[in-house]
Design a protein around this ligand. Structure first.
Ligand code: AMP
Length: 374
């Protein structure tokens, strides 16, 4: 699959935007969004679209499908909510009874609630109706909310299927379908429920698909759901992650690096560590020297087979190996929670790679440390 190039990170600024991006980016007022939306944005104090917004909004406004590779914190909610609301505003009509014009699927109730709040905030001047459906609460309120039909429904898959089976919700009138955090859906076992939901959707519709990572199963699902030639947008993690990372640099002679690396592993809190090397052979050498010092290690790089890589990752995830030694390319897209440390055995040639590397730790709200040998 071809991906659009990632935007260049010059400085890890808020929301993945950088000083440079902000200078070249348009303002919200340049995107041709409906006046009611611009008013709501100015109420929120937002002037400049984040990179994902700038890249996604024009295509979605024009009715194209979207494949967005982005995680929370990049401004992705507004990247889909704004052009969707623009389309609704351009074609006002009543929502179908017990149905909705826009369906957003979210993996968790927290995210569903947040998404609904965003739609309400951006749509506050356009008399918009929004409902949220998730499990763990009574059905009655949800049925009453859905009875007259709503413009936007945000739902988690399980409870939505219950309503579909009971015929208390219909998806016949859906014009735009958003699947958010597809990779988390996969982790939570929602792939089959998603396919079930999709069977209830009309064939002719606009699809927006978001995922932070693209494992093969997610890529397959995207291929099934999206129409040909979707707009593709990919943005890098946000700076707030980076702020939770303790960063250190150790100046060291090249010949002493191996010994120092092994010494670092004497620390008990070096539990799940990714070590970056510049070359494939370097990765193999470092993994070997760790092994001979009694630290369980595995190397992943472009010369390893898919099976070898998967086994190494699984062992790392399971805590069977403490050190995963990787090249930049092999580590791309790896999303493993609980990485305690990132060690840069050699510094990369480009600053972007430094940001990507340390972004492997401090995920999912955890703290992390990054050590660079220089
Ligand atoms: P999200 O990635 O959708 O969870 O958004 C992250 C946060 O950024 C949310 O609190 C949004 O309200 C905020 N946000 C989204 N777009 C912008 C923008 N263009 N300017 C400033 N803040 C924004």
């Amino acid at each position: 699959m071809t991906r659009v190039p990632r935007p260049r990170i010059v400085r890890a600024g808020a929301l993945g935007a950088s000083v440079k991006d902000t200078q070249v980016l348009t303002k919200f007022t340049d995107l041709g969004l409906d006046k009611m939306l611009l008013k709501a944005l100015s109420d929120e104090g937002y002037e400049t679209p984040t990179p994902i917004q700038a890249q996604a909004i024009p295509g979605v406004m024009a009715g194209k499908d979207l494949l967005g590779i982005a995680q929370t914190g990049t401004g992705k909610t507004a990247a889909f909510a704004l052009p969707i609301l623009h389309r609704l505003a351009a074609d006002r009509k009543p929502a179908p009874r017990r149905g909705c014009r826009v369906l957003v699927l979210s993996p968790t109730r927290e995210l569903a609630t947040q998404i609904a709040e965003s739609f309400k905030a951006y749509g506050k001047h356009m008399n918009l109706s929004v409902a949220v459906i998730f499990g763990g609460v009574k059905y009655g309120g949800q049925m009453r909310a859905m009875a007259p039909g709503v413009d936007v429904l945000v739902a988690t898959p399980g409870r939505l299927i219950d309503h579909l089976q009971e015929k208390t919700i219909t998806l016949q009138g859906v014009e735009i379908f958003v699947l958010d955090e597809a990779d988390r859906m996969l982790d939570m076992g929602f792939i089959v429920p998603i396919r079930q939901v999709v069977k209830h959707l009309p064939r002719l519709r606009q699809n927006l698909f978001f995922s932070a990572t693209m494992p093969s199963e997610i890529e397959k699902l995207a291929g099934e759901l999206l129409r040909p030639n979707p707009t593709k947008v990919s943005v890098t993690p946000q700076a707030t992650t980076v702020e939770r990372i303790k960063q250190q640099v150790i100046f060291i002679e090249a010949t002493r690096k191996r010994a120092l690396l092994c010494e670092l592993f004497a620390e008990k809190d070096f539990k799940r560590v990714i070590v970056f090397t510049r070359t494939k052979r370097g990765a193999d050498r470092v993994a070997k020297s760790l092994e001979s010092a009694g630290v369980e290690a595995a190397a992943i790089h472009g010369d390893k087979s898919q099976g070898q890589r998967e086994r190494a990752l699984a062992a790392f995830k399971a805590g069977e190996v403490r050190a995963l030694v990787a090249t930049d390319i092999a580590a791309r897209g790896i999303d493993i929670d609980g990485v305690t440390h990132v060690i840069q055995y050699e510094l990369p040639n480009v600053p972007e790679a430094y940001v990507h590397r340390i972004g492997r730790t401090a995920r999912a709200g955890a703290d992390g440390s990054a050590v660079a040998f220089c």
